[in-house]
Design a protein around this ligand. Sequence first.
Ligand SMILES: Cc1cc2nc3c(=O)[nH]c(=O)nc-3n(C[C@H](O)[C@H](O)[C@H](O)COP(=O)(O)OP(=O)(O)OC[C@H]3O[C@@H](n4cnc5c(N)ncnc54)[C@H](O)[C@@H]3O)c2cc1C
Length: 503
Amino acid sequence: MSTQSRRAGTEDFRASRPWPLSQVSDWQIETDVVVVGFGAAGASAAIEAAAAGARTTLFEVASGSGGTSAMAGGDIYLGGNGGTPAQRENGFEDSTEDFFRYMMLAGGPDADEERVRLYAEAALDHFDWLKAQGIPYRTSYLPGKVQAPGTGDCLIWSGNEDAWPFNEQAQPCPRGHLPEAYGELGGGGRMLLDNLAARATELGVDTHFDARVLCLVADESAQVHGVVVRLAGEPRFVRATRGVILCAGGFALDREMLREYAPVTARLGDDALSAGYDDGSGIRMGQSVGGAAIHMDEIFTTLPIYPPASHVKGILVNEQGQRFVNEDAYPGRIAIHCLRQPGDRIFLLVDHAIFEQPSEFSRIEIAAVGESWEEIERELEMVEGTLVHSVALFNQHAAKGEDPLFHKGAPYLKALDEPPFAALACHIGEAFYPYFTLGGLRVRPSGEVLTAEGEIIPGLYAAGRTCSGLPRSAEGYSSGMSLGDCTFFGRMAGRAAAGAAPR
Ligand SMILES: Cc1cc2nc3c(=O)[nH]c(=O)nc-3n(C[C@H](O)[C@H](O)[C@H](O)COP(=O)(O)OP(=O)(O)OC[C@H]3O[C@@H](n4cnc5c(N)ncnc54)[C@H](O)[C@@H]3O)c2cc1C
């Protein structure tokens, strides 16, 4: 008696184990392309697959579209080719080479050159595609240090473009592009997803909600033929003649995977950024048929020292009173440098001239207030002379508009010499260090999933945070790189799967 004929229950299926093709006697659904997950990557993949004429079926475990993508500010990293309309209108000419160089630096030592080149060259076309899906963009520009402004304005500085060492190697240019939001409450990500979801529906994508994909169906040579999905509480066998595209997000909520691959998250508390289903099931399904997972230790995290923007003029010190980073870097880069310090106690030092109440969500508290830096040093119980010396050295150079240690930009240099002074606690495990995962399946730019030996697994594709894509280095992450990667390479995967020879 086959396992299926004794009516396998959902408990018989594991993401980490493919269901043998030989044990499927009956397909309940037959389609060309199966897409797993209805976030930015899945929506983009489904749109392109359906637009290419493939019968496309999408399964989403939640009761609606969006995933973590819909929680986002909706920022998409775009530029090159002389500049987007928003860049050009605001006086920024962005060359493809500068855009390429920046993204290679941002991608870290293992940046995927083929992927970065493709994206840099096609970013403007991709922007046109996003607009053609109905996503509205203005051309307005918000200068300075802003994060998720929620105003509906478009162009922002969203990474390390103008910060050392990036600004020495690529001409700085703002490249974060936000869609018009839903009023002052923001919701750029929701706006993005609503438009992509409407387009998928218009193209006839057969969408099932409350539908968890449990595992892949594969033959003995690990070729993928379909999936098993839980529909109305029952396992259903779904055949995909051309391919399965895994777009199930990352593993920020799976404690076991975090412990194994990204143990640093244990220091950050329960601030995973997720809509609720980043349990790594997509990655595990890919691994179950031999897919390699790479950069699994890389996470995005951030320390929101701004708003208020004035705090960028403060200096960060570790519990030994030593500076360690240029404070005008993207807060994601700052957070990674915080994690590398010898202890969890991190302080942002400010003076009366730049102090404003930290934003409530940052959970940054006042640790000490004093009329002199000596007083602050004593209050923080630091070794005498350590913090005082760091501030004195910084002040001496800042007064001349210089920062020979960390090369903070001149607009943010100001001697911290106006009492009273304060130390703000940005401690790891106490302040808000939200995170999501960047590691995932190793894929070609077409989304084809690769084994550790670099071989393509027939019938299997992945996009978004289920794979390791454009954003693969925590230190270089810039806001907009994840959604840029999800939408652009989701499209590539959709097209590649739709064009695959039917099996
Ligand atoms: C508050 C916040 C702000 C952010 N702002 C930005 C930003 O402005 N720009 C940017 O680039 N990035 C931003 N990010 C990061 C970005 O949103 C995510 O990295 C990105 O949306 C991931 O997209 P995805 O399609 O890979 O995954 P998701 O959007 O999470 O989609 C995956 C979908 O798969 C579903 N799923 C999971 N497992 C299964 C299964 N087994 N079967 C069926 N369905 C399944 C999930 O329910 C989900 O709907 C932000 C994140 C947060 C939380």
